[in-house]
Design a protein around this ligand. Structure first.
Ligand code: ARG
Length: 258
């Protein structure tokens, strides 16, 4: 995770960002600390990377890259505003002993934001941020089959805003973020595919951090919480309002390291 020291909204690269609607600094800091505290209380081991001035979106560490065993595949961000993050994330992983893999420059890829593993498959999103041709490269590097899905709604510009694997056969998804074919593929691939409604989708409920039976997400409807609890998940809801102003929530604010 990356502390929100320099977090703000001073450019617009997704429909949630509006330079005239700034996050409240104190509130953002309190929300981030609450989240960090909850994760440590839940026995996650959280590493922090030093935030850098001029890189406000560095808090969204999920976009740093994609990890597989001791390999770190660094992102190639679409927008120049985020490209400066790459060198700091790569340095961090190199120092920790990971093999840092860089993609050819014309392969746009935004890390775990657009690439999520379920069972033995890598589900990867493309169009708004990552390019489809980057997917095969990632799949080859990690030796998994890849299913590429086109994202069709600009509010759900990263895969992790509209799709969330919960275990090897269960996932949340927001159908309207996918085309007819994408919906068909997901239904075929995932035995327990749970639709979330518009309200939960706009509250970033697919953008949940999951580990074992623990799920941490922005405040959701009682219906969704009940559904997940019925499946044996323990749901922790926190307020991420200040980060939603930049288009991210719990999942975007962390990158899985194992
Ligand atoms: N403002 C950031 C961007 O548009 C938000 C990133 C959210 N991250 C994510 N994994 N969905 O790039």
């Amino acid at each position: 995770m990356c502390p929100p020291t320099y977090y703000t909204v001073n450019y617009e690269i997704n429909p949630w960002m509006n330079v005239r609607v700034k996050p409240d600094k104190q509130k953002a800091s309190a929300q981030w600390k609450n989240y960090y505290k909850l994760l440590t209380k839940l026995k996650f081991k959280v590493h922090k990377i030093k935030p850098r001035p001029g890189l406000p979106d560095m808090v969204f560490t999920a976009n740093a890259g994609f990890l597989f065993k001791k390999k770190f595949i660094a992102s190639n961000f679409r927008y120049p505003q985020r490209q400066g993050e790459v060198k700091y994330f790569s340095q961090w992983f190199k120092r920790k002993g990971y093999e840092v893999i860089t993609l050819p420059q014309n392969y746009l890829f935004e890390g775990e934001g657009d690439a999520l593993v379920i069972g033995d498959t890598l589900v990867a999103g493309f169009r708004f941020r990552s390019d489809i041709h980057s997917h095969r490269y990632i799949g080859d590097a990690i030796d998994k089959r890849v299913i590429s899905l086109e994202l069709v709604s600009s509010n759900f510009y990263h895969l992790d805003t509209c799709f969330c694997p919960l275990d090897h056969k269960t996932a949340l998804y927001f159908p309207a973020a996918f085309d007819k074919y994408g919906k068909k593929v997901l239904n075929h691939l995932i035995p327990n595919l749970i639709k979330i409604n518009n309200k939960d989708a706009m509250n970033f409920c697919c953008n949940a951090l999951v580990s074992g039976k623990k799920v941490v997400m922005n405040n959701c409807t009682a219906k969704l919480k009940g559904r997940l609890e019925g499946l044996g998940f323990k749901v922790f809801c926190l307020d991420f309002s200040e980060f939603i102003k930049a288009g991210g929530s719990s999942k975007c604010l962390a990158l899985y390291l194992h």
